[in-house]
Structure formats: structure tokens, C-alpha cells
Design a protein around this ligand. Structure first.
Ligand code: ATP
Ligand code: MG
Length: 176
């Protein structure tokens, strides 16, 4: 994992733009977060959003909306990817992050996939000390939500430099 400060709303727009060939769905970002910077692996987060948005597109009908919402609490950022698709039966929800797990019904069988996207997504979120969960109502839609701790190190290097400079000056001052 290659950790940097990642501006989440910019990253999400980049992923949405990567789906620009996708004209059957309206994919949009609802940004309600005050803090959108996280300490994260940029490429893994791209992969995470790509997995979740591709599921939302795949398992929902043409003309459906896919809404990515981002908000924050005092200590975490919460992201949801919501579609207007076929949904997931309640008794299956807790199994969906298992590798190769796919819903075994006619609606899902027509749609391709290997069943790895959500397992990989869970691994990525947990590697960032976050949590991931699903809320879904069959034939209404699905939200996949995840949290990421707010832990941006944006001002740390600057603080270290200025502290160091202050010490240097003080030392010089003392010597003189
Ligand atoms: P892959 O992601 O490896 O191409 P996949 O999309 O089938 O294959 P996952 O992304 O892991 O696999 O999802 C697992 C299963 O969960 C899916 O096969 C589908 O049954 C269900 N699922 C995932 N996302 C949604 C969604 N947004 N709406 C309805 N069902 C979903
Ligand atoms: Mg998938």
C-alpha cells in the first residue's frame, strides 16, 4: 500500500469520468462532506470505487440513477454507492463479501461476474481501518456503504519542518 493524502471527491469524479462510455445510467456525486481528505492508497481507492460503481451499473436497469454520496462525522468519512437495481435478498446480505459468492437467481445469472469485486472491496476498506456494509431492498435498490477514518497527514511534514527551523533558530540565538 502506497499511502498519500487523497482528496476523495476528486478521486470519485475521476472514477465517474472513467465510466463516461456508460450512457444507460446517470452516475453522480452528492458531496456533503466538509472534510474529504484521507490518508490512503490512491490506486486501491480507484479500484474500490470502480468495483462498487460497476456493480451498481450492472445490477440495475437502463435509465437508473447511481448516486455516490460522501459525508463526514467528527472522525470518519462515510461513502455510499446507491443504485435503483434488483437488490439483494436480506438473508444473503452478510454473505456477499465472501469470495466467489454470487446471488443464485435468474436476474443475477443473466449478469456476468466472478464474485470477487466485493471481497476485494472489503479487503481494501479494512486495510484502511474502515468498515463496509450493504443496505438493500429487493427490486428497489442497493446501497453499499463504507467508512474511512479521517487521518490526514497533510500538515505533518510542514509542522516538522517549522519545528525544526524554530529549534535551529533558538539554538543559534542561544549560542550568540
Ligand atoms: P466481479 O465483481 O468479480 O466481476 P460480481 O460483480 O458478480 O463479479 P461482486 O462484485 O463480488 O461479484 O458481487 C457479488 C454478488 O453480489 C453479485 O454477483 C451480485 O449477486 C451481488 N451484488 C453486488 N452488488 C450488487 C448490487 N449493487 N445490486 C445487486 N446485487 C449486487
Ligand atoms: Mg462486481
Amino acid at each position: 500500500y502506497q499511502m498519500t493524502n487523497v482528496v476523495l471527491n476528486q478521486l470519485i469524479m475521476e472514477v465517474i469520468n472513467g465510466f463516461k462510455h456508460e450512457h444507460a445510467h446517470a452516475i453522480y456525486l452528492r458531496d456533503e462532506a466538509v472534510v474529504t481528505q484521507v490518508w490512503a492508497d490512491y490506486d486501491r481507492l480507484i479500484q474500490l470505487f470502480t468495483n462498487l460503481i460497476s456493480n451498481a451499473v450492472k445490477f440495475s436497469p437502463e435509465g437508473g440513477k447511481v448516486a455516490i454520496r460522501i459525508r463526514n462525522t467528527a472522525d470518519e468519512i462515510i461513502v455510499s454507492v446507491t443504485d435503483e437495481g434488483i437488490g439483494i435478498p436480506e438473508n444473503e446480505l452478510k454473505h456477499m463479501f465472501t469470495k466467489f459468492k454470487r446471488i443464485d437467481n435468474s436476474a443475477s445469472q443473466k449478469i456476468g461476474g466472478t464474485g470477487l469485486g466485493l471481497a476485494i472491496s472489503k479487503a481494501i476498506v479494512e486495510a484502511h481501518q474502515g468498515k463496509i456494509w450493504i443496505e438493500s431492498v429487493e427490486s428497489i435498490g442497493t446501497s453499499v456503504l463504507f467508512s474511512l477514518p479521517i487521518n490526514d497527514n497533510s500538515d505533518q511534514p510542514d509542522q516538522l519542518i517549522s519545528k525544526h527551523q524554530t529549534n535551529t533558530l533558538t539554538t543559534k540565538g542561544n549560542v550568540m
